[in-house]
Design a protein around this ligand. Structure first.
Ligand code: ADP
Ligand code: MG
Length: 564
């Protein structure tokens, strides 16, 4: 609890309780005074009455009064009783020695003797005891005062002369009681103060408890959200090995629903390979990056990267385990892909080297074959053999060139290019072949971009491969159609090359881009592989659709390079 709260509540409570206590004490005091006053008044009235009675008994007032005083003063709490006249001369007193002496000179006795009002003061006796003194006009005559005047008596002064009576009362007992009352009031005040403090403290504690609970529930909501939505699988068990947390990724990786897993024993729910990681409370504090192959309930094998750790409280007591895991299926596939690429690259470089070495002897062989064909042109069989040699050498050359082409890294250099001109130029390259096979060529340009930045040479190479395949696939009389359109959803163009050839068998469709896949006796199977490579490097792509026996369409996605 902050100290300012204590200080603040003390500042509020202390004055309140001090004031209350002082008020109590004051009331006590007033009450004591009133009590003493009343006692004094009662005594005085008793004297007056007694004196009257005495007088009716025809005794001398003075003597009678003196006796009454002496007797009454025997009572333990009466200090003294004095009757004095207006001059301050004692007429009668409980202490006989005082009679005739002066008393109360310091008071205005004349005025006291005139009014009937009761007054009081505090005096000290010669022995230093504090005495509460009540005094007022002494009026024994009362309503029957007339009698007094008819029977004047008393040696000292006429009985109807104005007199004052003093009644001294000891305060000790009352004072004591009052003191204990005051003590009581102070103790009460203290107790109330403490109760007030306790109340405020409790109130603040309750308040802070509420605030803490609210904060806790906020933190819990936040962490639940994080756990639920984190991109890795999380499973936590409690101290007894039951599953306490099972997030969404865990659900999808382990193919288990959280509602089935929660609250059940982890050893029964989790695949054994995964459970192995956390089995006991002796499990290591934290393990990360272990790769395991998990066999799921449906016997499917899932590669996982697992991190496991034990949860302990402050005193080191085992509170459960936590398991974090990631599905490595995709990562493994990527790794395999990378390895394959590396192998291919090595093989490609090797092949390119070999191809280069083959090319030189090939040109010599072709030269000799040509020579022999000329030389034996009168012997048709030999000339035929030489012609076949030339043809085969040409084929070999083509294979080697394409292999070199395939192995060479693709380098894209985009330049501003007019699209319509690009298409027209590329079609010129197959004009002759098309004409020879009576194949019609159609162009449909629906693109809005007249000019684009792209690598025209590479695109030409791709298009040429597609045209040649199309022409080879068609019987005479077919149609080759080139369509150009804007790319949907991104800046770029789409070029499709369709033919009315014999199509691609569905089972071959996924292999046409593989290197060395060919269905032609003299094919290399590298044309589409090269095209695929180039399109990928451009950041675009190539797709194929075909109806066997009817048509085939290859579609190029050509993204436009930003003019930078
Ligand atoms: P090649 O032409 O040397 O066989 P490609 O990579 O160019 O190698 O083509 C691979 C294979 O794809 C071809 O052998 C053929 O079976 C098929 N193919 C390609 N284009 C077409 C097409 N337009 N119509 C039918 N089949 C085609
Ligand atoms: Mg080809």
């Amino acid at each position: 609890m902050p100290p300012w709260v204590l200080i603040g509540s003390a500042a509020v409570l202390l004055p309140i309780f001090t004031f209350m206590t002082m008020e109590n004490v004051h009331r006590e005091k007033e009450f004591t005074t009133r009590l003493l006053l009343e006692k004094g008044a009662a005594l005085i009235r008793a004297f007056e009455a007694g004196t009257r009675t005495g007088m009716m008994g025809m005794q001398r007032g003075g003597f009678q009064l003196q006796r009454l005083l002496t007797e009454t003063a025997q009572q333990p709490d009466i200090a003294h009783l004095i009757v004095a006249d207006a001059d301050g001369t004692v007429v009668a007193a409980s202490d006989l020695d005082q009679v005739g002496a002066a008393y109360g000179k310091e008071l205005d006795l004349a005025s006291v003797a005139r009014s009937k009002a009761l007054q009081w003061r505090l005096v000290s006796t010669s022995s230093g005891v504090r005495v509460f003194e009540v005094f007022r006009k002494f009026e024994p005559t009362g309503p029957q005062g007339g009698m007094m005047r008819r029977h004047p008596g008393g040696a000292e002064s006429p009985p109807d002369a104005p007199r004052v009576i003093f009644v001294g009362l000891y305060m000790a007992a009352l004072e004591e009681a009052r003191q204990s009352d005051v003590g009581h009031a102070i103790v009460m005040g203290g107790v109330l103060l403490l109760i007030g403090f306790a109340g405020i403290t409790l109130l603040l504690l309750a308040q802070s408890h509420r605030a803490t609970r609210a904060t806790l529930s906020r933190i819990k909501a936040f962490s639940d959200h994080v756990v639920e939505n984190m991109p890795i699988g999380l499973v936590a068990t409690d101290g007894r090995g039951r599953i306490a947390v099972f997030n969404q990724v865990a659900e999808s990786v382990l193919r288990l629903s959280a509602s089935d897993a929660l609250g059940r024993e982890a050893s029964r729910v989790l695949p054994p390979e995964l459970w192995q990681q956390v089995r006991s409370d002796a499990a290591p504090e934290i393990v990360t990056g272990t790769e395991i192959d998990c066999v799921l309930a449906d016997l499917q094998r899932v590669p996982l990267e697992v991190g496991a750790g034990a949860l302990r409280d402050e005193s080191g007591r085992f509170e459960g385990s936590i398991l974090l895991f990631k599905d490595l299926t995709e990562v493994r596939a990527l790794r395999r892909e990378v390895a394959r690429h590396q192998r291919l690259a090595t093989v490609g470089r090797l092949a390119a080297g070999v191809a280069h070495e083959i090319r030189n002897p090939l040109s010599s062989i072709k030269g000799f074959a040509t020579y022999f064909r000329e030389r034996y042109h009168d012997n048709p069989q030999d000339a035929q053999t030489a012609a076949i040699m030339i043809q085969e050498v040409d084929r070999l050359n083509r294979v080697v060139s394409q292999l070199l082409e395939f192995a060479r890294p693709v380098n894209i250099i985009p330049r501003p290019t007019a699209i319509a001109a690009l298409i027209a130029d590329s079609l010129k390259l197959i004009e002759t072949q098309a004409r020879e096979k009576s194949i019609a060529v159609a162009v449909e340009d629906r693109s809005t971009a007249a000019e684009a930045r792209l690598d025209a040479d590479r695109l030409n190479q791709v298009l040429l491969n597609l045209y040649l395949n199309a022409v080879e696939a068609m019987a005479p009389g077919g149609t080759l159609t080139v369509r150009v359109a804007d790319l949907k959803g991104a800046p770029g163009i789409e070029i499709s090359v369709s033919d009315t050839g014999d199509g691609i068998r569905p089972e071959d469709l996924s292999h046409v881009f593989d290197p060395y896949f060919t269905t032609k006796p003299a094919g290399t199977g590298l044309g589409l592989a090269i095209a695929h490579n180039i399109m990928e490097t451009m950041g675009g792509g190539i797709t194929v659709a075909s109806r066997p026996g009817a048509e085939t369409t290859f579609t190029l996605r050509v993204p436009l390079v930003k003019a930078d």
